[in-house]
Design a protein around this ligand. Structure first.
Ligand code: FAD
Ligand code: NAD
Length: 405
């Protein structure tokens, strides 16, 4: 009998963990499994801000896919997905066209710029290894240029971060630690450097525990970050950013503008005809796409409602990894001809937000609040735990965060 073809699109947290779970649960003669990704490595999106600031090297963030898959069970194909044709059970790649019996879409997130003028052209984005390497090198270039131009342009030393959500705050924590190092390296007076965060909501980290938000703001302000809260980015030009608080409009000259003020699901999903909200498909309780029993959608391309508050769960790695487990179990059931699929029930263990490698804050195990070194250690434990799940002890030793202080 012909073995069913399982295609997994994207080797992020959701896609790669689905493959790793399937290789443990399915025998070689039960299915053909192929995972497709545009690079031959998996990157940990949750560490990308560290690569952007230059506090860790990008090679620590990426993991060769072949190091974590069992190649006689899962085939890896390096290619880029262009379109999904669910009615024909086909996937169009840049260099190939494949058919499937079961499909897993785990194509992740992309920046959401809400149509704000000039952002796509002039801002920098935290999206991939290539995009964060560019941010790091751009900042270094600006610092190097400052002392080599006859006329001193202070905007070369001004960095604006758009958004004080978790990405913005974690990035600021890394930059606050990195800037003094850069100043020493490039002979620059630290007082000349401006690090500004612009947040549209009335508070940083809207919706998060206020005491923890206050802790984060105090720690970052102490390290020289300027917050402009209740202030929205309205436009980005080649040399500046235009922001507005109520009726007051201000232009801030800045050579570096990093957009961390919103994400959406991969646009390929809606271009392929799936009904989506900001690129996220409201999936059935078993993670299948409504109307497509052979298609699972997981991670940041999927939307699951938290019934307690009647709002979607935020797109996180924590949820993507849990979805991968349910998705793999349901694929195993379908391949074995069973129809009792599992319901996806998120088990939120907490949220810990880093403020540089040496500080953090968060809530774990329900309502336990952590600050400072304790929270920072917890954050590293969470990071290492994922590596353990993905590739065991050897991966933790190769890529883990083993310097806890
Ligand atoms: P992704 O991790 O985005 O992976 C998608 C994969 O698909 C990538 O490998 C990509 O290269 C590939 N791909 C994309 N398009 C194509 C294509 N056309 N063809 C082929 N391959 C393609 N969440 C937490 O729970 N905790 C945290 O501490 C945390 N920190 C974060 C820090 C930052 C800076 C950011 C940006 C996010 C953070 N998140 C965190 C959120 C988390 O990173 C995402 O929710 C998670 O990455 C989603 O996983 P995913 O598998 O859906 O997609
Ligand atoms: P987000 O949507 O959570 O936050 C974006 C922030 O930008 C919001 O505070 C919003 O008010 C602000 N904003 C929007 N438009 C703006 C404008 N025009 N001008 C100024 N500010 C504006 O996005 P994110 O922080 O990138 O997070 C994405 C996902 O990743 C979330 O689900 C988050 O929980 C997750 N994440 C988690 C962690 C963690 O657990 N430690 C870290 C990073 C990201």
């Amino acid at each position: 009998m012909k073995k069913p073809e399982i295609l997994i699109l994207g080797a992020g947290y959701g896609g790669l963990m689905t493959a790793v779970n399937l290789q443990k649960k399915l025998g070689v003669d039960e299915a053909h499994i192929t995972i497709i990704n545009k690079h031959d490595y998996h990157y940990q999106s949750t560490w990308l801000h560290e690569g952007a600031a230059g506090t860790i090297h990008q090679d620590q963030i990426r993991i060769p896919i072949k190091d974590v898959i069992t190649q006689h069970k899962v085939k890896f194909l390096k290619d880029t997905v262009i379109e999904i044709r669910p009615n024909e059970k086909q996937v169009i790649l840049e260099n190939n066209k494949l058919t499937y019996d079961y499909l897993v879409i785990g194509l992740g997130f992309e920046p959401e710029t809400f149509g704000i003028k000039g952002l796509k052209e002039h801002a920098l984005f935290i999206r991939s290894i290539n995009s964060v390497r560019f941010i790091r090198e751009h900042i270094e270039y600006c610092f190097a240029a400052y002392n080599n131009e006859s006329e001193k342009r202070d905007e070369l030393l001004t960095i604006v971060v758009g958004g004080a959500g978790f990405t913005g705050i974690e990035l600021l924590g890394e930059l606050a630690n990195r800037i003094p190092e850069l100043c020493r390296e490039f002979d620059i007076d630290r007082r000349k450097v401006r690090l500004i965060c612009v947040e549209a909501a009335p508070t940083a980290l809207p919706g998060f525990n206020p005491a923890l938000v206050e802790y984060a703001m105090n720690q970052l302000e102490r390290k020289g970050i300027e917050f402009k809260i209740g202030t929205a980015i309205k436009e980005c030009t080649e040399t500046s950013i235009i922001v507005a608080k109520d009726e007051n409009v201000e232009e801030i000259k800045a050579a570096t503008v990093i957009w961390a003020a919103g994400v959406r699901g991969n646009s390929i999903v809606e271009k392929s005809g799936f009904e989506a909200m900001r690129g996220r498909v409201k999936v059935n309780s078993d993670l299948r796409a409504p109307g497509y029993d052979h298609v699972f959608i997981i991670g940041d391309c999927a939307l699951v409602i938290n019934e307690e508050i009647d709002r979607p769960y935020p797109p996180t790695a924590q949820i993507a990894i849990q979805m991968a487990e349910t998705c793999a179990d349901n694929l195993v059931a379908l391949v074995r001809g069973k129809d009792n699929l599992k319901e996806f029930v998120p088990d939120i263990k907490g949220t810990v937000c880093s403020l540089g490698h040496d500080d953090a804050m968060g809530v774990v195990f329900g309502e336990k609040q952590l600050y400072g070194a304790q929270a920072s250690i917890m954050k590293k434990v969470i990071d290492n735990r994922y590596l353990w799940k993905l590739g065991g002890l050897s991966l933790v030793l190769k890529k883990g965060k083993l310097n806890f202080f």
